[in-house]
Design a protein around this ligand. Sequence first.
Ligand code: KG4
Ligand code: ZN
Length: 372
Amino acid sequence: MLVLGIETTCDETGAAVVERPPQGPGRILANVVLSQIEAHAAFGGVVPEIAARAHVEALDLIIAKAMGEAGKTFAELDGVAAAAGPGLIGGVIVGLTTAKAIALVAEKPLIAVNHLEAHALTARLTDATPFPYCLFLASGGHTQIVAVLGVGNYVRLGTTVDDAIGEAFDKVAKLLGLPYPGGPQVEREALTGNPARFSLPRPMLGRPHADFSLSGLKTALRVEADKVAPLSEADVRDLCASFQQSVVEVVADRLRAGLKMFREAYGKPSALVAAGGVAANQAIRKVLHQVAFETGTVLVVPPAALCTDNGVMIAWAGAERLALGLTDTLDAAPHARWPLQDVRGPASEEVVLETAAASDAEASRPAAFEDG
Ligand code: KG4
Ligand code: ZN
C-alpha cells in the first residue's frame, strides 16, 4: 500500500511517500520537510499568516520532490493523505485542499488524517509496535499520555491543564533571551548548567492522576531570573538546567502515574511510545528509558526526525486507515481543533489486541530505525 502524506499544520511543510506492507514496519520512499523556522524567528514564534503563505509557496514543489525521490507517479499511489488538523487553520486548508486536488485528478482515495493520530501511530511504522500501547505525546501544542488501543481508538489518560511542554521550553527560552525555537536552545544551555542552583517547583508531582501543569514552573523561573538579573551566561545555563531538571522529574512522575492507570484499565502495554518534538530532548529520552526499565515496559522512541512534524507520519497514518477502509470524501473539513478521542475508527469498534506479537516486533526492529 503506497501513500503520499502531506503535513502543513504548523511551521513545517512536509511531503512523504510511504509503503505499508501487510505486516511489519513501513518503508519510507521519500521524506521532504521544509522548516519555516527562519521566516518566524524574528517574531519569536510561529505567525499563522506567514506560515499559511509559506505553505502555499512551497507545497507543490515539495510534493514533486517527494514523488521524484520515491520514483513514483500519482497513478501508482493507493491513496493521498493530508493532515486535516488540529493546527493553524490556514496551513491545514492549504495541505488538505492540495491533497483533495491530487486525489480527484488521480482518482485515488483521500485520507483526512488527524495530526495527533499520526504522531501516535509513528511507532508502528518504525517498530511495528502492536496495540495496545501507552503514548507520551509532547510537542509545542500538546502534552498527553494516551492509551492507544487501535487505529481510531484512543483514550486520553492525562493532559496538561495549561501549557504544553514544548511551549514551556519555548517560553523559557524567550524569557532568557534565547532564539526560537527554544527547546533545543534550552537543552544546549542546560548541558553545562547546574541543575541544583535554582529551586523550582515540581508541579503535580505525586498526584494520582496523570495530568501535567507547566505554567507555574515557568512563572517560578521568571521570579528566580528576576532575582539574579542582569543575567550572566552562567546564570542562563543554570536556569536552563534547573528548569529542564524539573521538567524531567515531572515527566517521570506523570508517566509512572499514566502507566499505572493504563495497566489498571487495559493490562500491560506492549510499549511506552514517545512522540512529538520534545521527545528529541536527550534528558527526556534518558528519563523515558529509566521509567520504562523500572516498570518493565518496552520503550519505543522513533528517531528525532520522525518525532518532529513530517509528512511520513501522515502518509503512514493514512496507510493504516486506508488498510481498514477508512477513507474520506472530498468534502472532508479542515479542523483547527480536533481532539484525538474524536477520531473515528473501524465501525465494528472491536479492539484488536496484538500483544502476543510484541516480542516478534521487537525482534524484527529494523536497524535503519535504531535511534543513535
Ligand atoms: O512536534 P513538533 O515538531 O511540533 C508541534 O506539533 O508542536 O514540536 C515542536 C516543539 C517546540 O515547542 C520545540 O521547542 C520542542 O518541540 N522541542 C524541544 C526540543 N526539540 C524540539 N523541546 C525540548 N528539547 C528539545 N531538544
Ligand atoms: Zn506535531
